[in-house]
Design a protein around this ligand. Structure first.
Ligand SMILES: Nc1ncnc2c1ncn2[C@@H]1O[C@H](COP(=O)(O)OP(=O)(O)OP(=O)(O)O)[C@@H](O)[C@H]1O
Length: 591
């Protein structure tokens, strides 16, 4: 699929696309603000023209004009709201796709950063139709009201100018005072919501292990911290808002007083007294509006900055030149991976190659880096240095989607989606292949080769059984593993990466898996399989021993009777691999 926004900043592109609507909304705001003057002019005319001349006909005419002006004002207001709504829909349409692609496609982002990115887009879209943007649109028109005040009398104009500058100053001070706290509170709220989701998911374990009290206490502490931050922020911005409200009301009344004083001195007409008060009020209103919705303005700014930062990462979703379907030549050179946020090496300078029709068993003690290595080989995790190549092309040069369809990856935790078993196995292929008998046949073929067909048929609705959002998806650990294996085998991949595929399989399942792997090897599939159990080693051509993130040994398959070079066969070579014995399999492997 083409991602036309992959290379530039998709939010800027989307905002650019919504610009026309925003420009019209700004123009409408101008007209609206001119029409807001209508009641003031009406009042001036009533006091200064109608009352002194007792001109009832003039009054009727003025009422008609005022009614029309207010009607047009309401229609413009409605049209402006619709324009902003359209702009937000446009933002969603243009930005959601590239951002979702990046969220799922970025190899370097943490889950928190991915979750924040989509939340930021929602925030940005929400602000487009909220009161904050209206206040921002109205603010530039305040000078018009001040100008009209000047027309009434320079003293009134000067007063309006002073009042609006003072309130603008307060608004800027408020922004400075709350900026940092707001950003921190927003970041904490994001973390907090993720922790809470996790606590809900793991509630079962917490109940069983008597951890409820403790988990609740920890949650309460975190919540209290967040509430405290938010309360402090609200108190600060609330204080500024209260001062602003007080000053605005005071200034509005003082304008009336100033007008009366000027009228007594016969410098202005009677009508101008009230007009001055209304105009000053109108000129100051946007400042108060902006302060009232400042939280949203800050949130929008933070959201935009957050999205920009996220989108500055390398774009893994950008289209690449189509390469032929891979045959399965895998090579790693100098691959190193660091633990996020520390300099601990999870993988260190890995050099390794595998060719089509070969099964390599990845072994090593717990935490040796087997899963990490498989994730790197699958392109799920980008190495910090070094290169992974498939059929000679670097992973970064492959079109990730096309390559992914030729790769079968089965992670340690099956990670199934809340969809039907068929949809899961087919990797949502119906979206691009369309459904139909051919797809069904491919799904059943994958399930049969994974030894999952019979198991799936025993599910309540067979292949159409819906997996739930719950962590286990409504299946047993072994069943999940079978479905995940079938998904890995879907589409007959040329490179198969399996992370402990037999961890939950029964004896029959394991025997079936070994038969499948042998058959796939015969068809020329490259297979890398990590395991803690010795049985799978019987089908392996080579064994790669990892320890502390580094390759300790690569050796040919141990044959019964020591033919492969490991004295004592597979079983004796495995126990040290589990990390307990003093004699390492590596030593044996080197022998
Ligand atoms: N996201 C992560 N952040 C930090 N450290 C990590 C992360 N994932 C894995 N590790 C660390 O990387 C090391 C290797 O983990 P990995 O899961 O690759 O080991 P493994 O050999 O597959 O272990 P096992 O046999 O228990 O599955 C471990 O020390 C682990 O603590």
């Amino acid at each position: 699929m083409n991602h036309p926004f992959g290379r530039s900043h998709p939010v800027d592109t989307a905002l650019g696309a919504a610009r026309q609507h925003l420009v019209y909304a700004a123009i409408f705001s101008g007209l609206l603000n001119l029409l807001y003057l209508a009641p003031t002019i009406f009042m001036l005319q009533v006091y200064d023209r109608v009352v002194p001349t007792r001109g009832t006909m003039t009054l009727y005419a003025l009422i008609v004009i005022l009614t029309v002006a207010l009607l047009v004002l309401s229609l413009l207001d409605l049209a402006r709201m619709r324009l902003l709504l359209r702009a937000s829909i446009r933002l969603e349409k243009r930005a959601a796709e590239p951002i979702l692609h990046r969220i799922l496609g970025a190899t370097t982002a943490s889950p928190g950063e991915r979750a924040a990115a989509i939340r930021n887009l929602d925030t940005l879209r929400g602000v487009m139709t909220g009161p904050a943007i209206l206040a921002l649109f109205d603010a530039p028109w305040a000078p018009v009201y001040i100008f009209v005040c000047f027309l009434l009398h320079p003293a009134l104009g000067g007063f309006a100018l002073f009042a609006s500058l003072l309130l603008a100053g307060i608004a800027i001070t408020s922004e400075q005072a709350t900026k940092r706290g707001a950003a921190e509170a927003q970041a904490r709220a994001g973390i907090q919501s993720r922790i809470q989701d996790y606590a809900i998911q793991t509630a079962e374990v917490a109940r069983a292990l008597g951890m409820r009290q403790a988990v609740v206490q920890v949650q309460l502490r975190d919540r209290a911290d967040l509430v405290d931050r938010q309360a402090r922020l609200a108190a600060t911005s609330g204080g500024y808002l209260a001062v602003t409200k007080f000053l605005r009301q005071l200034f509005q009344s003082l304008a009336l007083g100033l007008g009366a004083w000027l009228a007594v001195r016969q410098s202005i007409s009677m009508g101008s007294i009230f007009a001055a008060s209304l105009l000053v009020g109108r000129a100051l209103a946007p400042v108060e509006q902006i302060l009232g919705s400042w939280k949203n303005v800050l949130a929008a700014r933070g959201a935009y900055a957050g999205l920009s930062e996220f989108l500055r990462r390398p774009d893994d979703t950008a289209p690449r030149t189509a390469l032929p379907t891979p045959k399965g030549h895998l090579s790693l050179s100098g691959v190193s991976v660091q633990a996020p946020g520390s300099d601990r090496m999870l993988l260190h300078d890995i050099d390794f190659t595998a060719k089509p029709g070969e099964i390599v068993a990845l072994v090593g003690p717990s935490g040796a880096g087997k899963s990490t290595l498989l994730r790197v080989m699958a392109g799920a995790l980008a190495p910090d240095s070094g290169e992974v190549r498939i059929d000679g092309a670097s992973l970064t040069d492959w079109d990730r989607e096309a390559l992914g369809r030729a790769v079968g990856y089965m992670p340690q935790s099956p990670s199934l989606f809340p969809a039907t078993v068929k949809t899961n196995i087919s990797r949502f292929a119906a979206v691009y292949l369309g459904g139909g008998a051919e797809l069904d046949a491919m799904v059943v073929d994958a399930a049969q080769r994974a030894g999952a067909h019979e198991t799936i048929q025993r599910f309540p609705q067979g292949y159409d059984t819906m997996l739930t959002i719950r962590e286990a998806g409504g299946l047993s650990a072994g069943q999940r593993q079978l479905v995940s294996l079938a998904r890995a085998l879907f589409g007959r991949p040329s490179l198969l990466l399996l992370d402990e595929p037999n961890a939950h399989l029964d004896v029959n399942g394991e025997a079936m898996l070994m038969k499948t792997l042998a058959a796939l090897r015969a068809q020329g599939t490259t297979i890398i399989v990590s395991t803690h159990r010795n049985s799978l080693l019987q089908v392996a051509d080579r064994m790669l021993l990892l320890r502390d993130g580094a390759i300790e040994a690569v050796n040919a398959r141990p044959q019964a009777g020591g033919g492969g070079g490991v004295p004592g066969g597979v079983v004796t070579s495995l126990s040290p691999l589990a990390g307990s014995g003093p004699t390492s399999a590596a030593g044996e492997a080197r022998a």
